[in-house]
Design a protein around this ligand. Structure first.
Ligand SMILES: *Cc1c(COP(=O)(O)O)cnc(C)c1O
Length: 220
């Protein structure tokens, strides 16, 4: 099926409060343009250079989501235009985003990445690490970031029960942080990819990151 048909099909089944981020990593600008022409505006990339290059050649009303691991020394390249940074996993990174946002006279929206899977992956914070981070008073002094919510990736498995359990855990953490009143607009839960977005939506997701179901399998 075409990119347009894939987007249409996914959108038809999405409740209206859910944001669809089309994960365009590894796909050329022409494919993004094709998706753009269907009205799609949110796109996700996981490499700084690739996102900057694409942003420079595509329409300026695209909302760029940075969904990969972000190194502090690269924040400055995306700070002028990034819409939402999904995978923040340290206070140091939050401080750098705040600094670069200030340099650009912006406030940048961020999500904290929570480690919910059982498999070994390098990135994301445990619930305990999140608690420690949130209890740090420095966060309250960062005026150029908005911590908008949480992002997570479930274990890559066909076990629906396990995926549900992991998404439920991050959903409950999200509700708890929101209820604490620490952040004014703590309203985004970024969970769900091509293979598990339906399960994510049942567990409170309001932003899904879908790549291969839109653009086809990636060739690295
Ligand atoms: C690649 C990627 C996606 C999209 O994965 P698909 O399985 O192709 O939908 C979503 N989130 C993150 C963080 C990714 O790196």
């Amino acid at each position: 099926m075409s990119i347009a048909a894939n987007i249409k099909k996914i959108k038809e089944e999405l409740p209206s409060h859910i944001t669809l981020v089309a994960v365009s990593k590894t796909n050329p600008a022409e494919k993004i343009q094709e998706a753009y022409e269907t009205g799609q505006r949110h796109f996700g990339e996981n490499k700084v250079q690739e996102m900057v290059a694409k942003a420079n050649q595509l329409p300026t009303d695209i909302k760029w989501h940075f969904i990969g691991h972000l190194q502090t020394n690269k924040v400055k390249y995306i700070a002028p235009f990034v819409h939402l940074i999904h995978a923040v996993d340290s206070l140091k990174l939050l401080q750098e985003i705040d600094k670069q946002a200030k340099n650009n006279s912006r406030i940048i929206d961020c999500l904290l990445q929570v480690y919910i899977a059982t498999e070994e992956t390098k990135f994301g914070l445990s619930e305990e690490e999140i608690n420690t981070l949130l209890s740090n008073t420095i966060i309250g002094e960062l005026n150029h970031i908005n911590v908008r919510g949480l992002m997570g990736m479930a274990t890559n498995t066909n076990d629906v029960g396990q995926i549900s359990k992991e998404f439920d855990a991050i959903h409950r953490l999200h509700l708890r942080i929101n209820a604490s009143g620490k952040f004014k607009h703590f309203d985004i839960l970024s969970i769900g990819m091509s293979n598990d977005y339906r399960i994510a939506i049942q567990n409170g997701s309001n932003l899904i990151r879908v790549g291969s179901s839109i653009f086809g399998e990636r060739n690295y």
